[in-house]
Ligand binder design. Structure first.
Ligand code: SAM
Length: 329
């Protein structure tokens, strides 16, 4: 078991298997995309597998595969098979934009993957296009329905943005009426690949909740799983539930159990902080598992208390210029 310097157990890694994406969500990257790294600079599957083995030996039991768009990386399913075989990894989940996902669902099921996070910021075709700069809503919706047909647990992630998709809050929440899904509204964060930061976050978790409460006056709070980033609510008689993730306000750092491994092998012990270790370089320098383990334990023992402390510790000038696509959202 890994316990950090603030007494929090770490058991969850988010692994970005690529920095590439087939959408261009404006809040994640500029229209022309980000400077993708040459493949050599990305972790190979072998390096990812080895890192996961070492992490699993230490106590990491849950992996989320993310990116970039995970299904853009070749041979993802074979890699997942290898992850499945790692001793100690009990749960694998995936975050995807759903554009390329549908054909892989039977294999994902076979691999024991039970839950998929599907990013979907709008149910309206024009707004979807305006946000993602791609006309792919139909494919995402086809993936949504295919996941449900296969009895996969679906969590929809929607970033709420002033002037972009606030009209979608209620239609997205209404999906929980008939479908047993979790629709989670996320505060926008500054990781947009352009260093552009809106001066104030208009749609914070309180305002999102206010909007929900206006339409659903009977909405009630339901209990959260330990280490949840979302506060969960439900509307009486509805099949699913609604979550709000205060990703910018950072209300959940006190129980944060997660670390991130970026596509280029950077280890982050907080989303708002810089990389604290370069796992790729350590592995390519020929380090033994014992050396990597010692380096990991060092950084696990010096985690920032919360996202504000991590942000302050950055050596570079704010606002951050990274994209969630290379960090691994
Ligand atoms: N391509 C996959 C997808 O779209 O789900 C995985 C990677 S994507 C970076 C992961 C999540 O990060 C998505 O749900 C996306 O909406 C979210 N995200 C990206 N940039 C964000 C930002 N600036 N603020 C809040 N969430 C963001």
């Amino acid at each position: 078991m890994i316990i950090d310097n603030h007494g929090r157990e770490l058991n969850y890694v988010r692994l970005a298997v690529t920095d590439r994406c087939n959408l261009r969500c404006f809040y994640c990257m500029p229209a022309e995309g980000i400077d993708y790294l040459p493949k050599k600079q990305l972790l190979s599957y072998e390096e990812m597998e080895r890192s996961l083995r070492v992490l699993a030996r230490l106590g990491i039991s849950k992996v989320r595969i993310t990116g970039g768009e995970p299904f853009l990386r070749k041979d993802l399913i074979s890699f997942l098979r290898r992850v499945r075989a790692i001793d100690g990894i009990e749960e694998i989940n995936i975050t995807t934009n759903g554009v390329l996902t549908a054909p892989f669902i039977p294999e994902l099921k076979e691999l024991g993957i039970k839950s998929i996070n599907l990013s979907l910021d709008s149910l309206n075709r024009e707004r979807f296009f305006k946000i993602t700069r791609r006309d792919e809503l139909d494919k995402v919706m086809a993936t949504f329905h295919a996941l449900l047909r296969h009895n996969m647990q679906v969590k929809i992630n929607a970033v709420v943005m002033q002037g972009q998709n606030t009209e979608d809050i209620i239609p997205l929440a209404q999906l929980t009426k008939d479908y047993p899904v979790s629709v989670r509204f996320i505060e926008e964060m500054p990781f947009n690949g352009g260093g552009v930061q809106s001066p104030v976050l208009e749609w914070n978790y309180r305002k999102i909740y206010g909007q929900l409460q206006e339409t659903f006056p009977d909405i009630y709070k339901i209990s959260n799983k330990p280490n949840a980033t979302a506060e969960h609510y439900a509307v009486p008689g509805y099949a699913g539930n609604i979550g709000i993730i205060a990703a910018f306000t950072r209300t959940f750092c006190g129980s944060c159990n997660r670390i991130r491994l970026t596509a280029q092998g950077g280890l982050k012990t907080c989303l708002y902080g810089q990389d604290v270790l370069n796992v790729r370089d350590i592995l390519r320098d020929g380090a033994s598992d014992a050396t990597l383990t010692a380096e990991l334990l060092k950084v696990f023992n010096s985690r920032a208390k919360n996202g504000y402390e991590a942000e302050e510790s950055r050596q570079f000038i704010l606002p951050v210029f990274e994209s969630m696509s290379s960090i691994g959202g």
